[in-house]
Design a protein around this ligand. Structure first.
Ligand code: PFF
Length: 381
């Protein structure tokens, strides 16, 4: 009965944009470029692409197929194979819950940086000043929590509207906008004088750099970046019409995701090389190095605003998919109302996210042994 009234994507394109929106996120724009930086450049990219083709694409197809066949979100889909498998579905729902708790924390940083790019606070090429802005943010509970809250509210506002009106319509605007901005910034970056070293760093693999750790990191990155193994693609696939051809759909999502990751690499690494900064900086690449890079180039503020806007879009199209995994469980399996569920689940995720945010403050007691709660959630999920 409930299947009759179940929401659906209006078209295959709508589905692809929403699914690619889930895949393309902080994993591509924040993590991929800095991981390339710390894992030795082109060799990491080559291993990543290998895993993508032999593991990512088949799993993507399997997940979408399972969702579409059962027309159920992740818990129900696994349960319909065999009751004993329902715990895998339950794990996926919990996983979405936990990932969003710390993902929304970084989403909050992005929102704060977007605001700062507009006010011109990031308009400095002095790494010490930019480190100061980052550290001040990371030590201010008020900034961390309030921006995380706004980020969660934006996510909830989209999910509450449902599949077609909420997730699909917002992805149809945000994803193309993200690609346009990313292409403009990538062109700017690769045309800077001295960018060629950065381009080589990304493209020319030095296979002697491949170690077990590099391979492990590349595989982890592939799973996270494709949103694979967490129920998103099963859940999104369940809103697909049974008529749609799945193979082309399943291939187009990894292609778009990889394109976004590579474009992010080109938007950042060549500029970092051209302007004499360090590519192996790690997580600070986006929040400390890049603003300095933008401030060192002509019309830098415009590029800086465009950049943080696109990162915001990327994070939102991913965060809505995580919230949808959780909400769809209650709507499908427990017949709950979408609006109330979104409000309650979204608030609980926000509450769980507060210790994650606060755990990164210097001297914080939100730790499990030597790990901050933020990293505990990350490792756990
Ligand atoms: N794929 C997203 C990214 O690259 O940022 C992250 C993500 C989304 C992970 C949805 C898990 C998930 F269920």
């Amino acid at each position: 009965m409930k299947q009759v009234s179940r929401d659906k994507w209006s078209s295959k394109v709508g589905f692809v944009l929403a699914a690619a929106g889930s895949a393309i996120g902080l994993g591509n724009i924040w993590k991929f470029p800095y991981s390339v930086g710390v894992n030795g450049g082109g060799a990491y990219v080559a291993v990543y692409l290998l895993f993508l083709v032999i593991i990512g694409v088949p799993l993507m197809l399997a997940a979408i197929t399972l969702g579409r066949k059962t027309q159920l979100s992740v818990f129900g889909a696994y349960k319909s194979i065999d009751k004993r498998w329902s715990f895998v579905g339950a794990l996926a729902v919990i996983c979405g819950f936990v990932i969003l708790a710390f993902y929304s924390s970084v989403g909050g940083w992005v929102l704060y940086y977007f605001k700062n790019s507009i006010t011109g606070k990031l308009n400095t090429a002095d790494p010490a000043a930019l480190t100061g802005i980052f550290t001040d943010m990371m030590n201010s509970p008020k900034i961390l929590i309030s921006y995380q809250l706004i980020f969660m509210l934006l996510t909830m506002m989209i999910v509450v509207k449902g599949i077609k009106k909420g997730i699909e319509n917002s992805s149809k605007i945000m994803l193309p906008a993200l690609f346009i901005l990313l292409i403009i910034i990538a062109i700017r970056s690769v045309t800077l004088k001295g960018s060629i070293e950065g381009i080589k760093f990304l493209l020319v693999p030095d296979f002697s750099k491949i170690t077990m750790d590099v391979a492990k990191n590349a595989m982890g990155q592939m799973f996270f970046s494709l949103s694979i193994g967490m129920g998103v693609m099963i859940t999104y696939g369940s809103y697909l019409d049974k008529k749609e051809n799945l193979l082309s759909t399943a291939v187009s999502i990894p292609i778009l995701d990889t394109l976004a990751a590579l474009l992010s690499g080109f938007a950042t690494i060549p500029a970092v090389f051209a302007l004499g900064f360090e590519a192996g900086e790690g997580p600070g690449l986006m929040f400390i190095t890049l603003p300095a890079v933008f401030a060192s180039m002509p019309m830098g503020q415009v590029f800086c605003i465009a950049f943080f806007l696109l990162v915001l879009f990327a994070s939102l199209t991913s965060s809505i998919s995580m919230l949808e995994i959780c909400v769809s469980y209650f709507v499908d399996e427990r017949n709950k109302d979408r609006t109330k569920t979104t409000l309650i689940v979204g608030s609980l995720i926000f509450l769980l996210g507060i210790p994650a945010s606060l755990s990164l403050i210097e001297g914080s007691s939100f730790r499990l042994g030597s790990l901050a709660f933020f990293d505990v959630y990350d490792k756990l999920s």
